[in-house]
Design a protein around this ligand. Structure first.
Ligand SMILES: [Zn+2]
Ligand SMILES: [Zn+2]
Length: 273
């Protein structure tokens, strides 16, 4: 399957989801996105269920050219320890990880260190396992953003308002980010309903054709955008919106009838031209 994605990406940007589910979904693997261009691949998020979802398609978690993790929840990083340990002890490689210094500290100190620090000799650090690739800080307002170009893919990382649930603005939220990919694809990451996100990113980027957006099927939305909240957005936004990070009751909802593009489908190859 990875070869198929790489081949499709020879002519340009391709997006494909290994999982489109919420943290607790069982019908779909947790939301994880593959970005591919000119045969190079980036895996965005690797939750606990992702190594198995990849294996079902003949892909190992170590098979990607680079990785990016949006925040510390296990449905986004539960597979990262496996990536780091397999890379160090089996494939003897250091995966390239697109990560800011701020989030690297959070990810290592609060999540990965417990399983990775004590190994063959002394105390290991994140940089013993991975090669960090640093996005460059662009601006603080109206929303903090970082930029990086890798494999000819233009990436803008932007902060989102995800956790805790009583925080409406990204400034007061714990680290979580979304991505603008090649000025064309807006990937929300995990976020509360945050209409300012569209003012900050969509309005200034007329080339955006696809919005992959976090969607919680039940209400109220607390740390995720609820389906009913997303339904209040203008039709011009909704019809570009492919819903991701959704729970198992999606077959009870008519997303297309409600003006959305669709519920994003796992392993569908989205060609952006
Ligand atoms: Zn999540
Ligand atoms: Zn989350």
């Amino acid at each position: 399957m990875l070869d198929q994605i790489k081949k499709a990406s020879e002519s340009g940007l391709v997006i494909c989801f290994a999982g489109v589910g919420s943290a607790f979904a069982k019908k779909n693997a947790q939301t994880s996105m593959i970005i591919a261009k000119h045969g190079k691949t980036i895996l965005v998020d690797a939750g606990t269920t992702i190594p198995v979802a990849l294996q079902a398609k003949g892909i190992r978690i170590t098979d990607f050219d680079a990785y990016h993790f949006t925040h510390s929840h296990a449905d986004h990083i539960g597979g990262v320890e496996e990536l780091l340990l397999l890379s160090r002890y089996f494939s003897k490689t250091k995966p390239t990880v697109i990560i800011t210094e701020v989030f690297q500290d959070i990810l290592w100190e609060k999540s990965l260190k417990g399983g990775c620090e004590y190994n063959e000799s002394g105390l290991l650090r994140f940089s013993d396992f991975a090669h960090p690739l640093r996005p460059v800080w662009i601006r603080a307002q109206p929303r903090e953003m970082y930029h990086l170009e890798v494999f000819g893919i233009d990436l803008v990382l932007f902060r989102t308002a995800h956790i805790p649930g009583n925080v409406a603005q990204w400034e007061r939220a714990f680290w979580s980010n979304g991505l603008l990919i090649d000025h064309q694809v807006l990937f929300s990451g995990d976020t509360r309903f945050d209409p300012a996100l569209f003012d900050d990113l969509y309005q200034g980027n007329p080339k955006i054709t696809h919005i992959f957006h976090d969607c919680q099927l039940f209400s109220p939305g607390t740390v995720h955008a609820s389906y009913n909240e997303l339904k209040t957005l203008p039709g011009a936004l909704r019809n570009k919106m492919h819903l991701i990070h959704y729970g198992d009751t999606y077959d009870q909802v008519d997303a297309v009838g409600d003006g959305f593009a669709e519920f994003a489908q796992p392993w569908k190859i989205y060609r952006l031209e």
